[in-house]
Design a protein around this ligand. Structure first.
Ligand code: PMP
Length: 459
């Protein structure tokens, strides 16, 4: 029998032996006991609709029966052997995964976490180009290893320790919180129901943000650069989308300087965005390196870097002997294959598209109803609700208020995420198997939490 500790014991142990950094997420921490698909159950048997999928990680549902069944079989057969030995799960997985990427992205390196994948992509970019400088967006999250900390530019994750030498940040073309832009710059279905309310000159936002990017290239990096990292939609920063054409134009500028372009698909990949399997496809660009984690293993530690066979992978054999003890283990690869099969068999990408659009349009109504809802945006099942003090000032709603709404949602049975530099944005990223009925439930809960909050504010 698997035993469980009592709530009070868990709190005591946490206080004494686990990281003192704010990790509890809720004022009254949630002690989880069990999960099934889009549902989670706490130690007292309370049920929660998980609209955060354990931070965008559980794409096909908690303890998905097929994934669990094949994992159990593989555990009985062979859990682990390092990638220096050949084994069928790894080869099968590499073939399956690469089939989902366009030419020439066909060589797969298997590792264990998103940070590790981005570390490896940084090494690849530098080893291949023989250049040093790497650019990433302000607001980006690419990991918390010392190397990737240089790429991560969300204030709360920055540490006063040297990290990621040779990394330069560039302005994030955030059309809501940045200096220029408006929602109609985005390729968003919300536009069909809402007229743009931003300044008339916002159509030029892309142009102005491109000028900023050129300024970074001209002032902050060497004339030859190693690479540029971009999340197709920023996750940790609160589901931030860029103006149309921005990545296309910046990828060209990076390549002019001899750099490679890296798409970090840790949150956006595996069908979550609905219209496409990979986020970079929604920008109509082709990266040189793609990194992926989280949803790749539906919660099992697993990650990958995929790149081009001749251009990058082959050139690395001269200078990079890549090794990972656990990367590409039989168990991880079996789970990874089952995840890909489930996405296909259960039409989860299509579900992300249909249910995601339904969700976005439904939650967008809150923007008209509540002055503190500044923006509702996203694509597929990756939606952000940015909270403000009022629509005119667009000042972030104070963290204490956001936290209270978050807590109230949890107490009513709905788990949503938080994000953004000021923790001002709710992140809605359910497992891809979620239904419209569940979206309706989530909407009612979220709306009640906002109503309660407005009543509190009025007192
Ligand atoms: N890239 C992105 C876009 C992420 O969201 C994250 C994790 N939040 C990472 C990389 C790092 O992944 P991991 O926590 O597995 O190291």
């Amino acid at each position: 029998e698997l035993k469980s500790l009592a709530y009070s014991r868990v709190l005591e142990i946490h206080k004494r032996h686990l990281s003192p950094v704010e990790t509890a997420y809720f004022q009254k921490p949630l002690l989880l006991h069990q999960g099934h698909m889009e549902w989670l159950f706490d130690s007292e048997g309370n049920r929660y609709l998980d609209f955060f999928s354990g931070i965008v990680t559980v794409g096909v549902g908690h303890c998905h029966p097929k994934v669990t069944a094949v994992a159990k079989k593989q555990i009985d057969r062979l859990w682990h052997t390092s990638s220096v030995f050949f084994h069928s799960p790894m080869h099968e997985y590499a073939e399956k995964l690469s089939a989902l990427l366009p030419e020439p992205l066909k060589v797969v390196f298997l590792v264990n976490s998103g940070s590790e994948a981005n570390d490896l992509a940084m090494v690849m970019a530098r080893a291949y180009t023989n250049h040093t400088d790497i650019i990433s967006f302000r607001g980006a999250y690419h990991g918390c290893s010392p190397y990737t900390l240089g790429l991560t530019n969300v204030g709360i994750y920055k540490m006063a320790v040297p990290g990621g030498i040779g990394c330069q940040s560039t302005m994030c073309p955030d059309v809501f919180r940045g200096p220029w832009g408006g929602s109609h710059c985005r390729d968003s279905p919300v536009q069909t129901v809402r007229k743009c309310s931003c300044a008339p000159d916002c159509c030029q936002a892309n142009e102005w943000y491109i000028e900023q990017f050129k300024d970074t290239l001209n002032t902050s990096v060497a004339t030859s650069i190693a690479g540029f990292f971009a999340e197709p939609i920023q996750g940790v920063n609160g589901v931030v989308q860029y103006p149309k054409e921005f990545l296309k134009e910046t990828f060209a500028l990076v390549r002019e300087r001899g750099g490679v372009c890296i798409a970090d698909e840790v949150q956006t990949g595996f069908g979550r965005l609905g219209s496409h399997f990979w986020g970079f496809q929604t920008h109509d660009v082709l990266p040189d390196i793609v990194t992926m984690a989280k949803g790749i293993g539906n919660g099992f530690p697993m990650a990958a870097v995929v790149t081009t066979p001749v251009k990058i992978a082959k050139s690395l054999t001269k200078c990079l002997h890549h090794f990972s003890t656990f990367g590409g283990s039989p168990l991880a690869c079996t789970i990874g294959s089952a995840v890909l099969e489930v996405i296909e068999e259960e039409n989860l990408q299509k579900n992300s598209q249909e249910v995601g659009t339904y969700l976005l349009l439904k939650f967008a109504k809150l923007r008209d109803e509540f002055d503190i809802v500044g923006d509702v945006r996203g694509k597929g099942l990756m939606v952000g609700i940015e909270m403000v003090q009022d629509k005119i000032s667009r000042q972030p709603l104070p963290k204490t208020e956001v936290n209270q709404i978050h807590e109230d949602c949890k107490d009513m049975g709905l788990l949503v995420g938080r994000g953004g530099n000021f923790s001002q944005t709710f992140r809605i990223v359910p497992p891809m198997c979620v239904t419209k009925l569940e979206v309706d439930f989530a909407f009612e809960v979220f709306r009640s939490a906002l109503t309660q909050h407005m009543e509190r504010r009025a007192k």
